[in-house]
Design a protein around this ligand. Structure first.
Ligand code: IMP
Ligand code: MG
Length: 185
């Protein structure tokens, strides 16, 4: 029992995830040397990625959090309706902001966040996203640092939830399609 019963397969194993996160951290460390790096984690899905990524970043940086909702509970597809549930605690003016997201799907969530944060006058604004379902893109968004491109399947683990559960799973797993219209427990 446990999360394995809901997974049709493991898409990305722990070692592959950790290796890619280390590569992204090294790249970000090179690019942000001497800058005012602020990592903005998009809750809740981005939190596991953030905590691993920040420990691979060797330049001094701050972190902050914002919470956004784009899927209704139980939904397996993005609605395109984005709501801000919790705002940042700090002013980002003059900061080199790097948004840390779990996954980009239609792109509506990131488009909304980028528009919101750009208006606050950061010195720079970029996106670091672990997963990209590019087949489903509707908004024209550029991801500056990308972990993996993945097919259009509902995934969970490593911060991503199924019905708010299994964010702690250390791999990216594909949800068995038989749970697309069933709540997991
Ligand atoms: P977008 O607005 O369509 O790009 O959706 C992005 C958000 O939808 C992400 O931040 C996730 O929270 C959620 N999401 C998209 N695909 C998945 C998935 O396969 N599993 C879990 N959450 C997902
Ligand atoms: Mg999310």
């Amino acid at each position: 029992m446990g999360w394995q019963q809901y997974a049709s397969k493991i898409l990305i194993d722990e070692q592959t995830l950790q290796k890619r996160v280390a590569e992204l951290g090294a790249e970000i460390s090179r690019d942000y040397a001497g800058k005012n790096l602020l990592l903005v984690c998009v809750l809740k899905g981005g939190v596991v990625f953030l905590t691993d990524l920040m420990r691979q970043i060797t330049v001094p940086h701050r972190i902050d959090f914002m919470a956004i909702s784009s899927y209704g509970t139980g939904a397996r597809e993005s609605t395109g309706v984005v709501r801000i549930l919790m705002d940042l605690s700090s002013d980002i003016q003059g900061q080199d902001v790097l948004i840390v997201e779990d996954i980009i799907d239609t792109g509506h969530t990131l488009e909304y966040i980028l528009r919101l944060l750009r208006a606050r006058g950061p010195a720079s604004l970029k996106v670091c996203c672990l997963l990209d379902k590019s087949e489903r893109r509707q908004a024209n968004i550029e991801v500056d640092y990308l972990g993996f491109s993945i097919p259009d399947e509902f995934v969970f683990g490593y911060g991503l939830d199924v019905d708010e559960l299994y964010r702690e799973v250390p791999v990216i797993a594909v949800l068995d399609p038989r749970y697309y219209d069933q709540t997991v427990s």
